[in-house]
Design a protein around this ligand. Structure first.
Ligand code: AKG
Ligand code: FE2
Length: 402
């Protein structure tokens, strides 16, 4: 075999001119190939014992990036990338709800199965329109106060569960955490809350997904679960106002949570020729413009699930399920209150004092940040904790609405 190769090489050499070209190519390619080989060897998990001696960025890369992520990036010459940790989401051993609760909050086995099939569950009714008048007033009042969590940040609405008792009151309602516990287990932490106030005329939020929120720092996972392939995090999206198509309600691509999809640099926000709605959400809105990347997911009409919500309803989903929302073409705001929950075995922001969200060019000083115990017990003690703020007038009785 080797002899044949040599012979072909000699016969096909094409004379001194071609040899010269080959030499030039070899001279150019070799250092790159050698660099890649060294990088792969250095980052391989087999050399884990050495990783602690690497410079910070290489060390974190070795920890969060697997070989598929590295190969994809290097062999596409940086045009394709995994923006989050490559992993699969497996079904649990049983679809039985993980806790028993009051009948009006209890999911059935079929509900849990549907959640694992689709990646989300909703709409779920939490509060009546009458109860929402007071909740809306309280949530809006927080928006008028500056944040004590990140006083110097441009975004004053992030993680206000830490300083705003009105937010904690909403998040900690049993009709919410009893449902989350059926999917995630009895011990729960809140690690982030956000406001998605899409005003009239605001653009779409383009298709995206996350597993460990690695996209925020690119090389380092934000969440570190014990097992990447099980469910460890859930997002709850609560409609403070009605959310419907014209004001840009949430949309999901059902079933896309099973794996993390690679992304290509630039592009139009979608691949191929998907239905018009997929193109609208794929558009050039905030997320796409900021990251300049397109998810390599072929979208068909049957995958797209709109999630219009009445004020007081919510949807619970895994952030791994691709989601996004069209522009707000209505005269009204579309106000979503979002919080993110993890199992107590997940570590957040390991060794970080400033958290960077690279695609938004935002930085958060974590000095006042901490997780809050939402339910159960924290047996792991992996995270810095805060004592949730208590609202002084607990007159907001839990609703019996489903
Ligand atoms: O509010 C939206 O349209 C998007 C929200 C979202 O991406 C999230 O909650 O993870
Ligand atoms: Fe999201």
């Amino acid at each position: 075999m080797e002899k044949h190769y040599d012979a072909v090489g000699t016969v096909d050499s094409g004379g001194p001119k071609l040899e010269g070209v080959r030499g030039k190519i070899r001279a150019k390619v070799k250092p790159k190939v050698i660099f890649c080989i060294i990088l792969f060897v250095a980052l391989t998990k087999r050399l884990k014992f050495l990783h602690k001696h690497y410079p910070y960025k290489i060390r974190e890369l070795a920890r969060s990036w697997d070989s598929k992520m590295l190969w994809t990036f290097v062999f596409s010459r940086g045009t394709r990338v995994f923006m989050d940790q490559n992993c699969v989401m497996k079904d649990p051993p049983t679809f039985q709800p993980l806790i028993k609760t009051r009948p009006e909050w209890q999911f059935t086995e079929a509900d849990i199965r549907t959640f694992y099939r689709d990646g989300f569950i909703g709409p779920i009714t939490l509060w009546t329109p009458e109860e929402m008048v007071e909740i809306r007033r309280k949530v809006d009042s927080v928006m008028e106060r500056p944040s004590k969590v990140y006083p110097t940040a441009q975004n004053q609405y992030r993680d206000r569960y830490i300083d705003a008792p009105e937010f904690w009151e909403v998040i900690s309602m049993p009709q919410l955490n009893e449902r989350l516990a059926q999917l995630l287990g009895p011990d729960l932490l809140v690690w982030r809350s956000q406001i998605f106030n899409k005003k009239s005329g605001d653009p779409e939020i383009t298709w995206h997904q996350a597993s460990t929120y690695m996209a925020e720092q690119r090389i380092k996972a934000t969440l570190e679960p014990k097992n990447l392939s099980e469910l460890f995090q859930l997002t709850t999206w609560i409609a403070i106002d009605d959310a419907y198509y014209e004001n840009g309600c949430m949309h999901f691509l059902k079933g896309t949570h099973r794996k993390m999809w690679s992304m290509q640099k630039g592009g139009s926000g979608y691949i191929g020729n998907p239905p018009e709605l997929a193109k609208i959400i794929g558009g050039q809105g905030r997320f796409a413009k900021a990251s300049g990347l397109t998810l390599e997911v072929p979208i068909t009409a049957d995958m797209i699930v709109p999630m219009p919500l009445k004020s007081g309803q919510c949807v619970i989903f895994t952030e791994r399920c691709i989601h996004g929302s069209p522009p707000n073409n209505s005269p009204n705001r579309r106000f979503g209150f979002v919080f993110r929950t993890i199992k107590t075995s997940v570590q957040v922001y390991r060794e970080e004092s400033i958290h960077e969200v690279t695609y938004l060019r935002e930085k958060y000083d974590l000095n006042n940040w901490g997780c809050a115990l939402l339910r159960g017990e924290d047996k792991y003690h992996l995270n810095r904790m805060i004592k949730p703020p208590v609202y002084q007038q607990p007159e907001l009785a839990t609703s019996s609405a489903r």
